[in-house]
Write a protein that binds this ligand. Structure first.
Ligand SMILES: Nc1ncnc2c1ncn2[C@@H]1O[C@H](COP(=O)(O)OP(=O)(O)OP(=O)(O)O)[C@@H](O)[C@H]1O
Length: 476
């Protein structure tokens, strides 16, 4: 097996070669940390989105979905704390002009020390970070003579705060225009609509509001393919609960979300919880669900107990009540919130990492290999490929009637070019779970050969059973 870094590079190349993910604006040499989803990537991503949406809303009577705008009133980000504290300390090397996140720079250096010294350096860094002591952090970098990997020098600027929000102007004339932000998280669209949804939907606590949408962060160090992007998509759900019950729901949702990832066929050994010891300003408990990507265990989803922080601040800044009357205890209160927030692009990356396999199929007679994406059928971009064995003898016509039958149910793909073996390989490479071949026997008995992607086994089945079989496998 290739090393993990090699696997990571192989996945990136595969995504480009087979129409999953392209660098944005590639003809202009690309835009850093921005990516476009191609024809199969877009289908895969949409299927994951639909699966999440269904499992959150349709499967929970007390969770509804909304679709809020990306632009929000600027006060939103004041109330949420993003204007004042959504920033990372960064530092520039004066010789190479390379910019680093201070924690990444120190962590990278700590990894080269012996484990004990490394751990003590990290601890010291965390204390200084928590105290907001930038001078102390700079001293730490100077004391250890930490160098830039490009210039090899320790010639650093001072440490500065770098706000990660993108801003732009709303309105046409400069004097009239006001500065607004591209949302850095989807959650605030849910909070500001909390009462709209609660009242119009007559929702009773506990209940949830779910949303899928784009978020934007001007990440200082954006790399590692779609793991850290400047424009990305989040699938978030805010669950509103009675104060004092939040830990119960926090524990419930962390297990539910782990189950969801497993239901996508993810090997449980590659999933784990990571409890936060350093809590964000809004949280009284937080953890990450991490996945063992080819680049190591990293955050996939955050589960946060956000207290009443957001609603309380919106109430204060807007002057509008954000309270709920709880008829069971006959009391008004600002609900507490438990949030599940998963990156859609990181989920795509997890699915690709899990599905990608290079297989050596060589026999004594001949060398052979294939790349296969073993997606669960329910999220595969194409579910069924239909091949006539030859272009003549009426076989394409029969194949096209199968396409007509399948198309209303799921995404199908028709191909008549090249040998069947080659056509199978191309479908393996985009993760199509089922291929059927129409041959001369089909004309006699209305049966086709169905070939299964993972086992490569083939069997003959009646055309009249085909759609039902594929539908059954998708529903599994
Ligand atoms: N720059 C990004 N690119 C892609 N996905 C992201 C990015 N930032 C956050 N996400 C996704 O959104 C989810 C929730 O956002 P959250 O604010 O909790 O992330 P975070 O803790 O800031 O992430 P990280 O520590 O990796 O920067 C993350 O778990 C991740 O899956």
């Amino acid at each position: 097996m290739a090393t993990d870094q090699n696997k990571f590079q192989a996945i990136i190349s595969h995504c480009k070669e087979y129409g999953f993910i392209f660098q944005s604006s590639e003809i202009y040499d690309g835009l850093s940390a921005v990516y476009d989803y191609g024809q199969y990537g877009a289908e895969l991503k949409k299927n994951i989105k639909d699966y999440w949406w269904k499992s959150m809303t349709q499967m929970h009577d007390n969770i509804v979905g909304i679709d809020a705008a990306i632009f929000m009133h600027p006060s939103t980000w004041k109330a949420s704390g993003h204007v004042d504290s959504f920033s990372d300390p960064m530092i520039d090397n004066k010789d190479s002009k390379k910019r680093y996140r201070v924690d990444h720079l120190i962590e990278g250096f700590a990894a080269t020390m012996n484990p004990e010294e490394g751990a003590s350096l990290i601890k010291e860094m965390e204390q200084l970070e928590a105290a907001g002591d930038y001078k102390g952090l700079k001293d730490l970098i100077d004391r250890h003579k930490i160098k830039c990997s490009v210039s090899g020098t320790a010639n650093w600027t001072d440490i500065r705060q770098f706000n990660l929000m993108f801003s732009t102007q709303l309105g046409s004339v400069a004097e009239e225009a006001s500065e607004i932000y591209l949302r850095p998280e989807t959650a605030q669209g849910i909070f500001v609509n909390f009462l709209n949804v609660q009242k119009t939907g007559r929702m009773k606590i506990p209940f949830g509001i779910a949303q899928i949408g784009k978020a934007f962060r001007n990440e200082i160090v954006a790399r590692q393919f779609i793991f850290r992007m400047r424009e990305f998509e989040q699938m978030e759900m805010q669950f509103f609960v009675r104060p004092g019950t939040e830990m119960e729901w926090y524990n419930y949702w962390k297990e539910e979300r782990l189950k969801w990832h497993k239901s996508l066929g993810i090997n449980p050994e590659r999933l784990r919880f990571h409890n936060h010891t350093k809590l964000a300003h809004y949280a009284n408990a937080a953890l990450d669900i991490e996945y063992d990507f080819p680049i190591g265990f990293k955050e996939l989803e955050g589960i946060h107990s956000r207290t009443d922080f957001d609603l309380k601040n919106h109430q204060e800044l807007s002057g509008k009540k954000m309270q709920y009357f709880d008829p069971e205890i006959n009391k008004n209160y600002i609900p507490y919130v438990v949030e599940t927030s998963v990156g859609l692009d990181r989920t795509v990356m997890m699915i690709l990492s899990e599905a990608y396999e290079e297989q050596d199929l060589s026999t004594e007679e001949k060398q052979d290999s294939r790349v296969v994406l073993k997606f669960p059928a329910k999220i595969a971009p194409i579910k069924l490929a239909v091949f006539p064995l030859t272009k003549k003898d009426g076989l394409p016509e029969i194949a096209k009637t199968i396409m007509d039958q399948g198309r209303p149910h799921f995404r199908c793909f028709y191909e008549e070019k090249d040998a069947i073996g080659k056509r199978y390989r191309r479908q393996d490479a985009i993760g199509t779970p089922f291929c059927v071949t129409v041959d001369h026997q089909t004309k006699e008995d209305n049966t086709v050969t169905i070939r299964y992607r993972d086992t490569m086994e083939q069997e003959r089945i009646g055309i009249d059973q085909l759609i039902e079989l594929v539908n059954r496998k998708i529903a599994e």
